[in-house]
Design a binder for this molecule. Sequence first.
Ligand code: HEC
Length: 166
Amino acid sequence: MANQAAQAPAKEVQFTDEQIAALAAYVGSVSTGPSIPDEEYLSGDGDVAHGAELFRTNCAMCHNVSGAGGALTEGKYAPALDEVTPQHIYEAMVTGPQNMPVFSDTNLSADDKADIISYLLYLRENDSPGGIDLGNLGPVAEGLFLWIIGLGIIVGFTVWLASKPN
Ligand code: HEC
């Protein structure tokens, strides 16, 4: 999976939660990888503004500024982050699945990770203050929306104006 090839898609989960916990415990007993994060970092009551800043510098280039996901090169893509659990977000940062880089504790401390999680949870629980978010896809979607709807209204109005004298 670390190969520079097209991304392997997620498959149906094959194991029960109990079996997954047992597998994790076994792997944990034979190697020195990161452990399952403490609950205190997953509650989402960290510093949202700081988390947003960290997200914009470390994650937004792949996952989009609001975590809506995005296409990468050669058939790879960064998934949307609006449904993943806090534990999943933390574990993704410490393990770096496929083409995602690893964010070790020297890079982003445990508190920084908790702030990023808080930011992502905040986005889910709060409406977009700027109005319709158009899927949070960014300037292309917004430009297209304005181009089609905005220009459509102007053209429609012009036609209506010009048809009056008849
Ligand atoms: C270089 C691009 C890149 C950057 C930067 C990046 N990611 Fe990712 N991320 C990915 C890719 C690609 C995947 C999909 C990997 C897979 O499916 O195995 C992913 C997967 C994830 C997942 C798992 C989503 C799921 O549905 O399973 C989470 C959570 C996540 N990233 C969070 C983050 C956070 C938080 C940051 C910043 C600290 C970040 N990512 C930075 C590319 C990136």
